[in-house]
Design a protein around this ligand. Structure first.
Ligand code: PEP
Ligand code: MN
Length: 242
């Protein structure tokens, strides 16, 4: 709740919290399930933030869709087609994260699968991919963001937290994501990251989050300018063809 209030006052619009969490280890915190969904609903009521949260199994879709404004399909589920179909058919907007080892074309096939199931409200999310270099948690594919913006009409957001796994690098990768054309960023924030039950090493505390948001202002302004450019180019092109 503390995080919800704090990020709201910094201009954030959407809150992501994991209720059902796919963890790489069976010994990691697995999420609080339904109880966490209730907490997310409380955060929405108190702050007005929209809620995005992950759904991991087709049979959980009705429950999660009851609480969430946007259904997250996590990286590990990008090719779970039964889940994609069930989530798509719920009618809720979906945030489809790129698979850990998904090519851009494989990623777009999953997005297409959602579209074919009647849901066109898809947000794409580049969250880093596995490469030979394991120095950081993942390799942030900024070129992938630029390409997705060029070849799809879908909104694309960047997840610098999961991409690098280190809180010190998150603000820098957030900038890169925006510069590459991302429509938004998703960032992990915690009042006391060293005590977080999940992903504390990549979470920003409130001071670091505020500093990042202030630092991003000129980058967001540039991003808006480039959008105006794109829109006016599109208008000119349409006028040219009558
Ligand atoms: C998350 O957003 O918390 C998450 C589990 O991300 P990913 O699916 O990208 O690993
Ligand atoms: Mn996480």
């Amino acid at each position: 709740m503390a995080t919800a209030h704090r990020v709201r006052s910094a201009g954030v619009r959407i809150l992501r919290g994991g209720a059902f969490k796919p963890r790489s280890s069976p010994y990691s915190f697995q999420g609080l399930g339904r109880e966490a969904l209730r907490l997310l609903a409380r955060a929405r009521n108190e702050t007005g933030l929209a809620i995005v949260t992950e759904v991991m199994a087709p049979e959980d879709v009705p429950l999660v869709a009851e609480y969430a404004d946007i259904l997250q399909i996590g990286s590990r589920s990008m090719e779970n087609f039964a889940l994609l179909a069930a989530a798509a058919q719920s009618g809720r907007p979906m945030m489809l994260k790129r698979g850990l080892v998904a090519t851009i074309s494989g990623y777009l096939r999953s997005a297409q699968f959602v579209l074919e199931n009647g849901n066109s409200n898809i947000i794409l999310c580049e969250r880093g991919i596995r490469t030979f270099d394991d120095t950081l948690r993942n390799t942030f594919d900024a070129a992938g963001i630029a390409l997705l913006k060029q070849i799809t009409h879908l909104p694309v957001i960047a997840d610098p937290s999961h991409a690098c796994g280190h809180r010190e690098l998150v603000p820098l990768l957030a900038r890169i994501g925006l510069a590459a054309g991302a429509d938004g960023i998703i960032v992990e924030v915690h009042p006391d990251p060293d005590k977080a039950l999940s992903d504390g090493e990549q979470s920003l505390d409130f001071a670091a989050f505020d500093a990042m948001m202030a630092d991003l202002e000129p980058w967001i302004a540039l991003r808006k300018q480039s959008l105006v450019g794109v829109e006016s180019a599109a208008v000119q092109a349409m006028e040219a063809v009558g």
